[in-house]
Design a binder for this molecule. Structure first.
Ligand code: SAM
Length: 318
């Protein structure tokens, strides 16, 4: 068991300094009722706390997240070096234990036993929201099955941050996590998602970016997309374009540094509201012919369809 910080008692002592309050994990029966308990007492109730942590910028942790990390008996994390940096920044000295892909089966019974004893346990991932592409799900599932208290302290998420910065329709989206590393399986997965009328969000390692984007262009169609890299960090970059152009860019430039999320827009022409609003804006300053040509170039939609929509928009005004 790896430990940092002083001891479990230290966590309690530090939690006593926090005057933000009590945080009560809800039991399964109460799942339909949000817990209205304000954070008005210093001690934490026993239970499992799923705490979101920054995806790069350490300033992005929440006040409640810090209060919980200060107040728990121990924190389970994927990599103690990563989590220790966050704790050091905020002068938190709760003990750290490992819970990751390679020890989850072994570590889970000990965490459940601690919860049964009434301990306060936090689960964090290296970055962002725990469970999202890490083994936390099985722990939560097991805790719920035993009716042990579980609650979440929401916060940063690379998937949602990329989606809202992509400029692509966020109304309906599928978070697809990591695609399989092998090309055949990756292509199979992409085929499965190709007919979905939704934006698609993928985690991807930067070395595979160009190959992945090329497969997406082939199997999903040359849709608008965005690569969101190094989010919240000094070199944050959002590169927007068609899948084929993005694939060509990264093939040429080579794998970029850091971490990336790929967001792909819905299949052509499905996002009628966005197309209409783009047409409306173009019609405000251009002739119908030029407005249609502009939006056709932007969206890849057939001009005949855009003419129909443009005529309907003009008709609305008359
Ligand atoms: N649980 C995390 C969350 O909620 O954001 C995601 C962890 S997942 C194991 C790691 C993947 O998240 C990376 O491969 C990358 O796709 C994405 N990611 C994490 N931090 C990122 C960042 N700062 N910028 C872009 N992508 C990031």
């Amino acid at each position: 068991m790896k430990r940092t910080g002083r001891d479990t008692g230290a966590a309690r002592a530090i939690s006593g300094r926090y005057d933000g309050g009590r945080c009560e994990p809800s039991r399964r029966q109460a799942a339909s009722k949000p817990d209205p308990t304000p954070m008005s007492e210093a001690t934490l109730a026993p239970g499992l706390y799923l705490v979101a942590t920054p995806i790069g910028n350490l300033g992005d942790v929440t006040l409640r997240g810090l209060a919980v990390l200060r107040g728990v008996d121990r924190i389970f994390c994927e990599d103690t070096r990563v989590t220790a940096r966050l704790l050091a920044r905020y002068d938190i000295s709760a003990p750290l234990d490992l819970y990751h892909d390679h020890n989850a089966e072994r570590a889970r019974p000990a965490i459940l036993a601690a919860l049964r004893r009434g301990e306060r346990v936090a689960l964090v991932s290296d970055a962002g929201t725990p469970l999202i592409s890490d083994p936390g799900y099985k722990l939560v599932q097991a805790a719920i099955a035993e009716n042990l208290p579980v609650t979440a302290i929401p916060g940063p998420s690379a998937a949602l941050t990329a989606l809202i910065l992509s400029g692509l329709p966020p109304g309906v989206f599928l978070f697809a996590g990591f695609l399989p590393p092998r090309r055949a399986a990756r292509r199979h997965a992409l085929e499965r998602w190709s007919a979905l009328d939704a934006s698609l969000v993928f985690f991807e390692g930067t070395p595979r970016l160009a190959g992945c984007l090329a497969d997406m262009a082939e199997l999903l169609g040359d849709r608008p997309a965005a690569v969101a890299r190094e989010l919240t960090k000094l070199h944050e970059e959002i590169r927007r374009g068609r899948l084929a152009d993005l694939a060509a860019y990264y093939r040429e430039a080579g794998p970029p540094r850091g971490e990336a999320v790929i967001v792909v827009g819905p299949p052509r022409g499905r996002d009628h509201a966005a197309v209409d609003s783009r047409l409306r804006a173009a019609l405000a300053s251009l002739s119908m012919r030029d407005a249609v040509a502009t939006v056709a170039a932007e969206t890849g939609l057939p001009r005949s369809e855009l003419y129909r929509r443009a005529l309907a928009i003009r008709g609305e005004k008359e």
